[in-house]
Write a protein that binds this ligand. Sequence first.
Ligand code: BTN
Length: 254
Amino acid sequence: MTPGIVFDVRSFERVGSTSDELRALARNGAAHGTVVCADEQLFGRGRQGRPWFSAPGNLYLSVLLRAALPIRRSAELAFVAGLAVADAVDAALPSGSRAQLKWPNDVQIDGAKVAGVLVERADGDEDTVSCILGIGVNVGHAPSGLPYPATCLCEHGGASVTATRERVLAAIATRWDQWLRDGFGAVRADWLGRGPRPSAPLRVSLPDGAVDGTFAGLDAEGALLLHTASGTRRFIAGDVVALPSTAVGSAGHG
Ligand code: BTN
């Protein structure tokens, strides 16, 4: 396949969650590049403990990545993975169209979510990055009844689940190499090329309320920076939504 990672793909018809299957393999010493994919998940999960609707027809895939790097660098993989999935989605879109990223790693087409990434720790010590990237791509159908717009590749030119899986894995290998070779700064720069435009009005929802402001970039660790009426604020968690351009004044509020 592509340089950097030799993938060992294990395919299943139906599992609880591909990430749980992969964690069990990791605990038994599975190697960097082990992949679990399934046609269907019974208990697919998304970020913040939300369910991930996982009927047949979409891509459900988890990849084990290991590196001899400090554990604190694991957070950077959320951006590596999001970018890789966006690269893979681009390949299925009509030429000239590009997927966008919503912090930290939702992949969108024209503002509707087409793919999500859940990064979890697999095992290892303080000197090891050992993570499971769980990736779901809406290929043949988009779930309905969600609190945000969703779409699928089938609404944008289309692709098969198999082709999408190959593209996602190839893109992960490429972005993984970039991360190891050029560092997080290069990944962050590419993320920003697909992220909100500078000063875009955003709302960050947290368990204790929402903060409105304007996009001020990502810091060196990937935290979201927002200009608000009370100064620049830094977020390491939260749900982000784009607001209409008239919604927030130049200094923001919140
Ligand atoms: C999100 O909330 O956006 C992340 C969704 C991640 C879903 C994928 S599907 C494959 C893997 N297995 C899971 O249970 N979740 C991830």
